[in-house]
Design a protein around this ligand. Structure first.
Ligand SMILES: Nc1ncnc2c1ncn2[C@@H]1O[C@H](COP(=O)(O)OP(=O)(O)OP(=O)(O)O)[C@@H](O)[C@H]1O
Ligand SMILES: [Mg+2]
Length: 139
């Protein structure tokens, strides 16, 4: 999936604790040529990396968020989550539910079912038309 991402993309990652959301984000980072380890932003809320888009080699920021520790939707505004929804950044968000009202309509939802040793099922849900087309290309 990482090879198909473009600047401005917002991807929410849904799944239980330990489902593999961070592992998925690390895979995206790898595809974008992110150097160095990508660690879980559970305690820091947000980590930022520099990546390169496949094909064009254009640089893009990869912003990896984890909103698990937020307790109220208003906190989303206070920490400036919306600043990540810009054209030069790709944004991956774990535990995005609390930010529902702040997320752009145009986004891709990735839901990971299963955790622990059980096999995973990953559901890609296009939240806007453009993503439907792009998912077909990815598949
Ligand atoms: N597909 C998988 N199969 C087996 N183990 C996996 C898989 N994906 C991730 N794991 C392992 O499960 C553990 C938790 O993964 P990860 O941190 O990615 O989960 P998470 O969904 O981000 O959890 P959290 O909600 O706590 O952030 C890690 O040790 C990881 O290596
Ligand atoms: Mg995680």
């Amino acid at each position: 999936m990482g090879r198909h991402l473009q600047g401005g993309d917002v991807v929410s990652l849904i799944g239980d604790l330990g489902a593999g959301k961070t592992a998925f984000a690390q895979g995206v980072g790898e595809a974008l040529g992110v150097k160095g380890p990508m660690t879980s932003p559970t305690f820091t809320l947000q980590h930022e990396y520099l990546g390169q888009l496949t094909g064009t080699g254009v640089k893009a920021r990869l912003i990896h968020m984890d909103l698990y520790r937020l307790q109220r939707p208003e906190e989303v505004e206070v920490i400036g989550v919306e600043d990540a929804f810009v054209e030069d950044a790709i944004c991956l968000i774990e535990w995005p539910q609390i930010a529902e009202d702040y997320l752009p309509e145009d986004r891709l939802e990735v839901e990971i079912l299963g955790s622990g040793e059980s096999p995973r099922e990953i559901i890609f849900r296009a939240r806007e038309r453009d993503w439907e087309q792009r998912l077909k290309v990815m598949a």
